[in-house]
Ligand binder design. Sequence first.
Ligand code: NDP
Length: 496
Amino acid sequence: MTHHELQFIAGQRRHGRAGTSLRITDPSTGEVVATGTAASADDVDDAVAAAHTAFAGWAGTPPAERSAAMLRWAEILRQRSGELAAIESRNGGKPIKLAEGFDIPGVIDNVAFFAGAARNLEGKAVAEYSGDHTSAIRREPVGVVASIAPWNYPLQMAAWKVLPAVAAGNTIVLKPSELTPLTSLMFAESAREAGIPDGVINIITGSGQTAGQALVEHHGVAMVSFTGSTAAGRQVAATAASEVKRVHLELGGKAPFVVFDDADLEAAARGAVAGALINAGQDCTAATRAYVQRPVYDMFVHRVAALMDEVRLGPVDEPGTDMGSLISRGQRDRVADMVDRARQDGAKVVRGGKIPSHTPEAGAYYEPTLITDAAQDSEIVQHEVFGPVLVCLPFDTDDEGLTLANDTPYGLAASAWSRDVFRTQRASREIQAGCVWINDHIPIISEMPHGGYRASGFGKDMSTYSFEEYTNVKHVMSDITGEAHKAWHDLVFTSR
Ligand code: NDP
């Protein structure tokens, strides 16, 4: 176990000055993997100052140079992918096959994508829309961006914040979750090695209430980009509102998974288990509510239960482990309490619903859990569990299935399963969510946006749509007549 410098400011690692110790653990065993000290408000000041100092130079760097540095960065990350995956797996309690096959390659592809996108900021054509002027659009970086990320996919969430911001010429101060800062620090150090100047990417490690709050409040910050729970997102937005800072919120989800009676049932059952249990269900797009049309409901529940029995829980560094632990014992207990309350409310726990007996006692494991017979308005159906829990409920008509799918405050992601193109098209139109998958659930891709509707937030991560968040659109309107007396002046004073 090592005592780490958990801050990265102006290109240097250093200790935080808050006087609070941080213990970074492996939640699958309870072992402490690193210790360090948290950032104070003074550290936040330093990081914002470093980002300010770097801003003019980075914003003025030609896109091709920004892009070249980002391509080198992708290559450095590729060379370190084994080390990054091992740390991500251990610090997140996630199976090594998930870190190696999803977290790290996804991030590297994102870096490569934004290296290209940096050279493709778009706007309207320069043209003479009024007849008397040439109008042009400039897309300008907004300035110093404050970003706050959660613990579930630590490096991916950091990358989704950092990449569009720096590709567009902004500089950034990122606060990862205090539970999982290690790969974000390596990410920033790799950027420096690739030639991205000091101060463009800064990392502040500390709690949301102290370092996070200080960062969001900071006068030097032009924009706040937040991924996390809806409750914390509300607080962040309220703080940012006092100075009318631009806000981008990626919040919780409660994704519906709608199975019509003509669906390929084996595909749907497999998709539901994978979609519900990925990252032990700590995924804001995870399948959480399977609504299944009555004629195929029993068969679906039976098959999902059988597939859940095959999921292997175990040490995260074993390649055969399917599901690791939750992020902490606190999170595990939160999930267990929600399942217990569902049981007391009359829901049936068909599989799981308890702490497994064969995993380390100090680990935060929880069994894959399948629940039926829950009421639509119950907590387990309406609120985010963020654990390996799938609720299955039947529906009769297509109208009812789609109404139930929309019946939570969230709107991040959803899926619809059917062989009928008219049914799937209707579902993609009527389900209110930032992403609707058809006959699949979970895959993401750098070229396409990710973001919510309703209580799941607003704004997009990934894809060139994310540049809408991280750039100001400026209209430059130049007179092309050279006339002193313009016709529109007559609206204001009579010309002599
Ligand atoms: P939290 O909202 O508790 O925390 C997210 C981040 O915000 C952490 O870095 C946290 O700091 C920080 N934070 C908390 N309160 C404040 C505050 N008042 N001011 C500034 N920063 C603050 O979420 P979790 O970390 O528990 O992550 C899980 C949640 O994130 C789930 O609800 C999930 O749905 C959501 N999520 C959404 C995603 C999306 O794209 N929509 C993607 C991934 C997760 P710290 O914890 O260090 O104290």
